[in-house]
Design a protein around this ligand. Sequence first.
Ligand SMILES: NC(=O)c1ccc[n+]([C@@H]2O[C@H](COP(=O)([O-])OP(=O)(O)OC[C@H]3O[C@@H](n4cnc5c(N)ncnc54)[C@H](O)[C@@H]3O)[C@@H](O)[C@H]2O)c1
Length: 485
Amino acid sequence: MPADAAAKGVKLERYASGGALLLRRVASGKLVSASSHLLFRATVLATIALVFLFTLHYPSLLSRSFSLSSSSSSSSPTPLQHASHRSLLMSSSTPAASAASVYGSEKWQKEIKKSAKPRKADGGMSVLVTGAAGFVGTHCALALRARGDGVLGLDNFNSYYDPSLKRARQGVLAARGVVVLDADINDAPLLAALFEAVPFTHVLHLAAQAGVRYAMEAPQTYVASNVAGLVTVFEAAAKRADPQPAVVWASSSSVYGLNTESPFSEEHRTDRPASLYAATKKAGEAIAHTYNHIYGLSITGLRFFTVYGPWGRPDMAYFSFARAIVAGEPITLYADARRDFTYIDDVVRGCLGALDTAGKSTGSSSRSGKKTGPAPLRVYNLGNTSPVPVTRMVAILEKLLGKKANKRVIAMPSNGDVPFTHANVSHAAHDFGYRPTTSLDAGLRHFVDWFVEYYKLDTKVAKAARAGTDKKPTKKKAAAMSASS
Ligand SMILES: NC(=O)c1ccc[n+]([C@@H]2O[C@H](COP(=O)([O-])OP(=O)(O)OC[C@H]3O[C@@H](n4cnc5c(N)ncnc54)[C@H](O)[C@@H]3O)[C@@H](O)[C@H]2O)c1
């Protein structure tokens, strides 16, 4: 029906606008008589009235056809489908409304503002943490909150690994007054609404599709979150925030790829990624350069080196090996693989140091985000500076869990993994005093304490693990864990 009406409308419009020409043609026709002039005038008037009526109703016809088509699409849209759905809605039905009015009930606005408000007497930061229900995001959000900064989290709770672990982390954050919105970084109208509602001083952008091997199974998810999503975050920070925040975001040690110089320094080559994950992080670093160059966004990229610890990621080797050892399942190790395992608390200190020293962005939304002068563009390694063979990591786990692993050692296949990683952290040390202090033995001990408690392992394994760790979890820690699980 709308299509018919539109076609009719166009025809009628042509008829009306070409009225004079038509009149001449009609007047010269054989069948035209004096009385038909009256009829003709009446027809032209009726036509104009119809065109007027059609124009009045055109927008609603269009929006009805849009909502019909969107309701017939899949019931669980991908993040990108979701984003375009939201932007079409915004532009067709509420051009003059502010983004916040679409997203924010008064209650919603109150909650996010409360969460993002610093609680320090002398100011403090207001930080939007993306990927806040993730491993690193949760720890950083807690540390920021603990020192009195305002934090609002955002996470899409995807099922790359057990979402119940992400929900449990969200519970821990909620208990500390940190709200984590269930949202995707590709939702540009939502980001605009957030920047409109809250004057964030910083964005800690950690949301990404992590994992090296999964990129061979689901390559598009890496492009959607690590490339498209990063652009959406930079766009919003550059053009929708006033003043622009400084952005600190997670790159990865994987950008060093096939680099053979060691220890890895920020000056080394990063143009030979070994996995699509690494390639998307490298693309992110190039994209960061553009947003800094054009829009004056202060941007800091952090290259994390194999971060581990309590509340960690179940897809990572130390975690999945611990699980397999407890379950008596075999594990596959790559011979000669070494990793610069970095304990979560050290990484959190690095993230906070980077935020504290980020420097200001120089663009302004009144100039479409364009810069008024140069802004900081930085990249830092955050590693432990002492690579450890993966076989040694397994030996530590065996001791802590009181159980031998059923190991199968194979040569490393070409699936995106690199043989070793080793960070040079002198730049981070110089610029914000980054100094990793946790040995792998000590860090894995903290991990196993949490692991045993969180998964409520049977008393035999727990006893062995406690004997291995030689200490009980503190009362405070145990309470926090049970409250969240
Ligand atoms: N953990 C490491 O060893 C390590 C090493 C190098 C780099 N990194 C990077 O650090 C960051 C944090 O890693 P992590 O270990 O905490 O991973 P994580 O998977 O636990 O956290 C990432 C979070 O982002 C969320 N997310 C993913 N895509 C999203 C999207 N489109 N919109 C909203 N939320 C989305 C996920 O649900 C997840 O909770 C990531 O960018 C990762 O690539 C981590």
